[in-house]
Design a protein around this ligand. Structure first.
Ligand SMILES: [Zn+2]
Length: 271
């Protein structure tokens, strides 16, 4: 059940429909209490079994809002991590969407890109004691949090990293006073749909296979999900039409999310 089990085979991307998502949430709720990430300290003190459903909003806020409404219908509150420095959306211009997601009962957390990608980056940025973060990374986190809080979402209490470098995995429970979604405890039983696939196989099976975990974290990216199942590459390709892919930052970000999109963007006749 850990991140490193069952990686080699059985990747699964057969159903990103809301109907499947509802079944996934139902399955989680039979085993765990669903909590937002900021409730993590409270869960730890009362020793209940809790699942934390987190959404990293990497592509656009509209899809996050749609999922937020669907979850509201299901009666669950989850954590939406938004990315103030995203090249793909403008939080300041779309502040109303953020407040709408929050008004539906969900938590708004901070999604942060520290830009640490390579071994060389790591060598150039010496780790400090807390979570392998140096002064430059801490300043980036603080600046991003200030930008998000300036939009009126209240104090931001949870943090996840965008495309986290290895050194950020299994960090401390909190960073800069925020719950760290990549802490070792929150990764102990963890599955995600990163890259448009579940590496461990169907997520409902993964949840059913959990026997002794006290906590469970489920990460989804709203871009993959919709009322009908669509293959992730097709979904992202359709979304990419809204963007100016001649902008290098936009292109790089979309291709980093799903590398084979590059072929589609360069040869649109293949789509
Ligand atoms: Zn991300």
């Amino acid at each position: 059940m850990s991140r490193t089990d069952h990686i080699q085979n059985g990747e699964w991307s057969d159903d990103f429909s809301y109907d499947y998502y509802r079944q996934l949430i139902d399955t989680l709720e039979t085993r765990f209490d669903l909590r937002t990430l900021s409730a993590y300290p409270e869960y730890r003190s009362n020793s209940s079994r809790a699942a934390f459903v987190r959404h990293d909003v990497d592509v656009c806020l509209e899809e996050a809002l749609e999922l937020a409404y669907f979850e509201h219908e299901l009666g669950v509150s989850t954590t939406y991590m938004v990315f103030p420095r995203s090249p793909l959306y403008d939080l300041e211009a779309q502040r109303d969407i953020l407040l709408e997601i929050q008004a539906l009962g969900h938590e708004i957390g901070l999604h942060c890109d520290l830009g640490i990608r390579t071994t060389r980056d790591r060598a150039e940025r010496p780790a400090s004691s807390e979570g392998g973060l140096g002064p430059a990374e801490r300043a980036t986190i603080e600046e991003s949090r200030s930008r998000l809080e300036a939009l009126g979402v209240g104090p931001v209490e949870s943090l996840s990293f965008h495309r986290p470098a290895e050194q950020l995995l299994g960090g401390p429970p909190a960073i800069s006073g925020m719950i760290n979604a990549y802490s070792s405890e929150l990764l102990s039983a963890y599955i995600s749909d990163s890259g448009g696939r579940w590496r461990e196989g169907p997520p409902i099976d993964s949840v059913r296979a959990v026997s002794d975990a006290d906590s469970f974290q489920l990460l989804t990216h709203p871009v993959w999900w919709g009322h009908e199942h669509v293959q992730p590459i097709d979904r992202l390709d359709a979304v990419a039409e809204k963007f100016d892919v001649t902008n290098e930052g936009v292109y790089d970000e979309l291709v980093a999310i799903y590398p084979s999109l590059a072929t589609r963007l360069e040869h649109p006749q293949l789509s």
